[in-house]
Design a protein around this ligand. Structure first.
Ligand SMILES: [Zn+2]
Length: 229
């Protein structure tokens, strides 16, 4: 029996990076709002270090530009870095052209703070779904190899979406390439009290195609030790 490998992921963003709201939380007001991202990220980094857990941080480009030292701290702690868009806007609201531009700007922001290669992506509000599957082609064209945006949940995603990592073939990555060239999809889940342990127990039954479970969390994240139930 193969024990599940749990993956811990974080969206590195501000408390005011909320999709689809206006007024005070409009992007033009962001620089005037109180920031919490440094404090909460350092709390989380400390917790991850104590637990001996390495995570994947999906970073908003706007954050990388304003807090380069924060991205540096995440990298120094040997966590993975991915893109969470530049302005934290829903993919299907952006449309293909603006999404391509936002994506590239997010990558440039990460390059500028020393991230050499950006190949991992999570859309704000998991907004790659049946309304925006074209975004996967764009990601593949831009050299991304892993997406963690399609939630197996109602409303933001679909219960029909796979709950385990899988390869998804896109026109930009033909099926006749080697595995590492194919576009990988990673599932998401929510950590809540013992939910991860319960998930692991149910998944400890032999399921050879399933390799890991990803916990999506934000500033209130709590580190969880990789479980080997
Ligand atoms: Zn987010």
């Amino acid at each position: 029996m193969t024990a599940p490998l749990n993956a811990f992921t974080v969206d590195l963003e501000e408390w005011f990076h909320v999709c689809g709201v206006g007024g005070t939380l409009n992007p033009e007001n962001w620089d005037r709002l109180p920031s919490r991202v440094e404090l909460t990220t350092h709390i989380l980094l400390d917790a991850l270090a104590r637990a001996g857990v390495r995570a994947t941080f999906f970073v908003v480009g706007w954050i990388a530009e304003r807090y380069p030292h924060l991205v540096e701290a995440v990298r120094e702690a040997e966590h993975e870095i991915g893109s969470h868009g530049y302005r934290h806007e829903r993919v299907y609201d952006l449309g293909p052209e603006r999404f391509a531009s936002d994506l590239r700007r997010s990558v440039q922001a990460l390059h500028a703070v020393g991230v050499p290669r950006v190949t991992l992506f999570r859309a704000p509000e998991w907004s790659i779904n049946d309304r925006s599957l074209w975004a996967l082609e764009q990601l593949a064209r831009d050299g991304f190899t892993l997406d963690s945006s399609m939630a197996p949940l109602k409303i933001v995603g679909s219960l029909a979406y796979p709950r385990h990592p899988h390869l998804r073939h896109t026109a930009a990555c033909p099926v006749d390439r080697n595995d590492e060239d194919l576009f990988r999809k990673s599932p998401i889940g929510f950590g809540k009290k013992d939910s991860l342990q319960r998930c692991n127990r149910s998944r400890s039954r032999p399921r050879p195609k399933e390799r890991h479970f990803t916990v999506r969390s934000s500033n209130s994240s709590r580190a969880m030790k990789p479980s080997a139930t």
